[in-house]
Design a protein around this ligand. Structure first.
Ligand SMILES: Cc1ncc(COP(=O)(O)O)c(C=O)c1O
Length: 422
């Protein structure tokens, strides 16, 4: 983080989010379900409404509203290119990350032969596992697994070289875990994969709201994310190196573009969502201040976000020691907070994760319970059949007071049950 960075103040930002003003049972709602989806500022809501109000159209018509749809489309591609440090023609949109991954994995798998190998990880969301497992089955390809260290839920990246060889075609790896929050050293993983000529497919869905993405620096072959996880609408985004997007054969209808990113966009896109994508990126860029290009503003915005979220994580971890029976999975060493997102998977002794989430929900605190589709890591931790874990996730609009309120609620719940027992 640069020395000039001032710590982010969530209060003026929160005022822009109508959903953050919601009351539940007489209390202001506390949104700690960001890993499942974040809220949107008014500017995103307005941009989506404005697109529809202007007049909807498909692309390519010789009239005003169609030209408008083309412009909205191009603006969203440019905005996402700034967010990822890519070129607009390397950005494709789709329904969500899962659908896009199923589609691209089929196209990539067409180039595989029996005897080829791929590497998957036990820390990934199932959306970056099942599409590859099915593709591997179709093509007679061997799947190798990169394991985690259960003590701190970090990926055993030092074991990756043992799994890679001249037959490896692909490494599918998440940037950050949507369950335990671990941030993986993806740049290092990409280098190791490149050393044997394997491609890398990076799931940046969970990382995107928490840190800077830079596909050029990573040099990954593909990267996917979902705008509803970073304050925008439900739209999936695929980055692919230009040569891959051009050379691979897409599953598409014949009249669809044969080249360019449109080749990877099946059917008609949600143009109102694309208007919202641009507004979400503009919202984030504003956090980085007025100076410089949009990319430079985004770089500063994500630095500020990361620094602020580390402060939230520190506060949470320090306060968590006072909650009886609370066990946090993943990195808890406060010296290593830059290795994790502010997403905490935890258990409370004597309660099911569902009971904890339900209790918090009654207090107006929104958290998740279960496996959140991160089934490989839940299985590895022996928790899949036991109801998984509670997941508490912070975003840049979370306040220290909200962190205190969830800690207090957890403490009360734990103590109330303990007092019933005695
Ligand atoms: C890490 C991660 N990857 C992939 C996905 C799937 O994203 P989508 O809902 O866009 O398909 C999620 C959704 O929660 C996620 O957290």
């Amino acid at each position: 983080m640069s020395k000039q960075t001032t710590l982010l103040d969530p209060i003026p930002l929160r005022a822009q989010f109508p959903a953050l003003q919601r009351e539940v049972n007489g209390r202001t709602a506390v949104y700690m379900d960001g890993p499942g989806g974040t809220q949107s500022p008014q500017s995103v809501i307005d941009a989506m409404g404005a697109y529809l109000a202007y007049g909807s159209s498909n692309l390519g018509g010789p009239f005003d509203t169609s030209r408008h749809a083309v412009a909205v489309n191009a603006a969203a591609r440019a905005a996402m290119a700034d967010f990822l440090n890519a070129s607009p023609d390397e950005i494709a949109f789709g329904q969500n990350m899962t659908s896009m991954t199923f589609s691209v994995s089929r196209a990539i798998a067409r180039t595989w032969r029996a005897g080829d190998e791929i590497v998957l990880t036990r820390i990934d969301h199932d959306a970056n596992i099942s599409p590859w497992l099915l593709a591997a089955e179709d093509r007679g390809v061997t799947v190798r697994w990169l394991d985690i260290n259960p003590a701190d839920c970090t990926l055993e990246l030092d074991k990756l070289p043992e799994l890679l060889n001249e037959h490896t075609r692909l490494l599918a790896i998440t940037y950050a875990s949507n369950a335990v929050g671990t941030i993986n050293d993806v740049a290092h993983a990409v280098k190791m994969a490149q050393a044997v000529g394997a491609w890398t497919y990076v799931d940046a869905v969970h990382y995107a709201p928490h840190g800077l993405l830079d596909v050029k620096a990573l040099d990954c072959d593909f990267l996917v994310c979902s705008v509803y996880k970073f304050f925008g609408p439900h739209t999936g985004v695929l980055y692919g190196k230009r040569e891959h997007l051009e050379n691979l054969t897409a599953y598409k209808v014949r009249p669809a573009p044969a080249s360019g990113p449109g080749k990877w966009e099946t059917g008609t896109q949600s143009f109102e969502s694309l208007a919202g994508v641009t507004a979400a990126i503009e919202y984030l860029a504003e956090i980085g201040g007025p100076e410089g290009t949009r990319r430079e503003r985004l770089v500063r915005a994500m630095e500020r976000t990361q620094a602020y979220e580390v402060a939230l994580s520190l506060h949470f971890l320090q306060g968590a020691t006072a909650v009886p029976g609370l066990k946090i999975y993943g990195i808890t060493d406060v010296e290593r907070l830059d290795e994790r997102a502010p997403t905490f998977a935890l258990s409370l002794e004597g309660f099911t994760p569902q009971a904890v989430a339900t209790y918090l929900g009654e207090q107006g605190i929104f958290v998740w319970a279960g496996h959140y589709y991160a089934i490989a890591i839940m299985e590895r931790l022996g928790l899949l059949e036991k109801g998984g874990l509670v997941r508490i996730g912070f975003a840049h609009y979370t306040t220290i007071q909200e962190v205190d309120s969830v800690l207090e609620a957890l403490k009360q719940f734990s103590e109330s049950a303990n007092s019933l027992k005695s």
